[in-house]
Structure formats: C-alpha cells, structure tokens
Design a protein around this ligand. Structure first.
Ligand SMILES: C[S@@+](CC[C@H](N)C(=O)[O-])C[C@H]1O[C@@H](n2cnc3c(N)ncnc32)[C@H](O)[C@@H]1O
Length: 376
C-alpha cells in the first residue's frame, strides 16, 4: 500500500517536473515552477499569464509589451531581409525575444534599452546562447542617443515615442537600408496614408518626403504580454536614395502651417492673422530687412488668444496687409488658393514652397523648432 502511494506520488512529480522543464527550457532552472506567474502592470495586478516568460513588473509608461509569438518574430526577421554581414539596430530589446532571432541572422546587433532590469535579463539570455560577442547594448533613452553605424533597424518599439523616433530615423544623419517597425496599427495607417485619403496628414507627408513606407502585416494585441489596448502593424520604412533638396526645418514648419487645419483651403489657412504675422516676422528677418514688430502690428495681441480664432485680419498695419496680399497672390496665381492640404501631392507641396521662397517668403516654426516633431 505504502509502496503504491509512493509510486503514484513519484510519477506525478516526474510528469510535473518534465512539464515545467519544457516550458522553462530557455530561461529557468529545470524544476522551478513559474507557470502561474502573475504579471503586474504599474503596480496593480492586472494580467495573469500562464505562459512563462520572465517575471517582471512591466511599466506601461515605457511601453513594455513583449512580443511572444515565435511565428510573428520569425516573420518580422524574414521580411527585414537581414544579411549575415548586417549590423542591426534594435530599439527596445526588452527581454530579448526579437534580439535572439536577430543575433542568429545578422553579423551583429546594437540594442538600445533604457530599463536596467531588461538589460540584465538580455545579457544573461544572450550569453547563455553564446552570442555575447555579437551584441552591443546601449543603456540609454533612444531619443537622447547618437547611433553608431548600422545597416538596418528591426524593432518592436515603445508606441509612446513612435513619432519622434521615426523622425530621428528618417531625418537623422545615419544611412541605412530599411527600418522594420512594429507600430500601433492606427499610427501605421496614418503613416501609410496618401494624398486624397481621408486620413492623409502631416506625419505621412513629412515621412514620405524622404522615405517609402510599406505595410507588412497586422498583429493582434493578443500576441503581446501583457496585451496592449490596441492592435499593431509591422511596416517597413525605406529611406529614398535621392532626397528632395529642401531645408528640413523649413519644410517641417511649412507643413505645420499647411496642415493647421487640413480641411480648410490653403487660401483660408494663409489668411489667418497669426500665420501671416509669423511668416512676415520670420521672412523679414531672413531677408535682413526691418519690419514692424509683430506685437505692434496687431495691437499687442500676437501672443494672446484674443484674435486667434478669427479667420481674417482686424488690425493690420500696412506692412502686414501688403505681405498678406503677396502670400494670397502667390496662392491664387498658381492655382493653390482653393486647394486643401489633404489632397496635395509632394510635388505640389514642394512647388508651393519654392514659389514662396522665390518671393522671399520663408517658414520657421516658432512653437517647436525640432525635426523630432512630425505631426501635431
Ligand atoms: C514594446 S517593448 C518591446 C520589447 C521586445 N522588443 C519584445 O518585442 O518583446 C519596448 C521596449 O522598449 C524599452 N523602451 C521604452 N522607452 C525607451 C526609450 N526611450 N529608449 C530605449 N528603450 C526604451 C522598454 O523598456 C521595452 O523594453
């Protein structure tokens, strides 16, 4: 009797430990049962995960949603066309799910991660597989880091920095073949929008000036641990070989002005007092001429909200109204006055900017003079 019980118990223990060992074979010591790990999110226990990964307090503010589906990880690496000679830049490697696949395919990986705990897990995991010589970890905020040279970007990025990160890549100084990014689905659709689409916007016009964007696939929120609230998409961004000859800061300021209200006509947008005064002030300074101060020009209300909602000038002095005439004249004599920004092609935007510049009118973003900012 005692013997029978002993055998049964031993059998149970054996089958349990083999199950535990299978589940944890990549990351845990055999026999250490962590199947019922609880994932905590920003302190409150929200997500219970039976699937083993790495027990961590995951921070929503750092966009920590780990991609766990091996098929999708493989598909991302495959569509990125990683060559054995490539150095891949990975932004936000987390616990290394994608990093491990990239290390197998590439010559080397440079991973930028700001969470120390993730870096520790990543280092351990990578050295367990003998890949440590292929990996360089930069333990910093990706937005405050200069990148070393790389050939490709492949990353499941934190969604809260999508816009400045895409800007840093496409308008930055590094030359690379492509960036395969997992992005929030809605953001990816904004990025992919074309002139005439209902969601054509400033982000798309700015990114597509210098890069081609292609949708690879949508990824359900269920594929992440813990699942985010939104679905995702994989896109490939390929920098154009020949880029238009524009002053980046001016282009960004110009598109900000044009997309101030994308459903209004350009005539109506450029009649707005605030826009014209900004243009007048900056263009005059660029041209080296003296101009009435903008404060004086509108009775001291330039920075106040008093007249901001009005479409037309109420209190312009001669300089400003002549300037407005010039701006509107350029729009109307070139067929732009009744056009809407959401329907203009890049060629048309570039043509309009060059017409303004030829007339001595220049753009400068007073609010945000940063290429990191691609959309409102
Ligand atoms: C969406 S998770 C991706 C994790 C991993 N690549 C995966 O697919 O499982 C984003 C990662 O980026 C890191 N991160 C967040 N903000 C960052 C920043 N500003 N600079 C560098 N890394 C950041 C987070 O700590 C997290 O590890």
């Amino acid at each position: 009797m005692i013997l029978r019980l002993k055998n049964q118990t031993l059998g149970k223990i054996k089958s349990l430990s083999s199950l535990v060992f299978r589940r944890n074979s990549h990351s845990q010591k055999p026999g250490h049962d962590r199947r019922r790990r609880v994932y905590e999110y920003d302190g409150s226990t929200q997500v219970k995960e039976k699937k083993e990964h790495h027990g961590l307090l995951l921070c929503k503010s750092k966009g920590q949603h780990l991609l766990t589906n091996t098929r999708i990880l493989d598909a991302i690496v495959q569509c990125s066309d990683v060559r054995p000679t490539d150095t891949v830049l990975e932004i936000g490697p987390g616990t290394g799910n994608l990093t491990m696949k990239l290390l197998e395919a590439a010559h080397s990986v440079v991973a930028v991660e700001l969470d120390k705990r993730m870096v520790e897990i990543l280092r351990k995991r990578v050295s367990e597989h003998g890949f440590q010589d292929k990996l360089t970890i930069i333990e910093k905020d990706v937005l405050k880091t200069d990148f070393p040279e790389f050939d490709l970007v492949v990353a499941n990025i934190p969604y809260n920095i999508s816009s400045p990160l895409v800007a840093k890549l496409v308008y930055g100084s590094n030359t690379f073949r492509s960036a395969t990014l997992l992005l929030q689905k809605e953001f990816s659709r904004r990025l992919l929008a074309n002139p005439g689409d209902s969601d054509f916007n400033r982000l798309a016009v700015n990114v597509k000036l210098v890069a081609d964007v292609k949708l690879v696939m949508d990824v359900s929120k269920r594929e992440f641990v813990p699942p985010p609230q939104v679905d995702s998409s994989v896109v490939i961004i390929r920098p154009k070989e020949v880029k238009p000859d524009v002053h980046v800061q001016e282009w960004l300021a110009f598109t900000r002005t044009c997309f101030g209200n994308k459903n209004k006509t350009l005539g109506s947008i450029f009649r707005q007092k605030k826009k014209v005064l900004e243009l007048l002030g900056f263009s005059a300074r660029r041209n080296g001429s003296k101009v009435a101060s903008t404060n004086k020009t509108c009775g001291g209300h330039f920075d106040s909200d008093v007249e901001e909602d009005e479409d037309n000038f109420l209190c312009l002095d001669t300089d400003a109204s002549m300037f407005k005439e010039r701006v509107i004249g350029i729009l109307s004599s070139n067929g732009f006055e009744d056009k809407r920004p959401s329907k203009l092609s890049h060629a048309e935007f570039l043509h309009l900017l060059s017409l303004f510049n030829q007339a001595g009118i220049f753009f400068h973003d007073l609010a945000s003079f940063s290429p990191m900012d691609l959309h409102d």
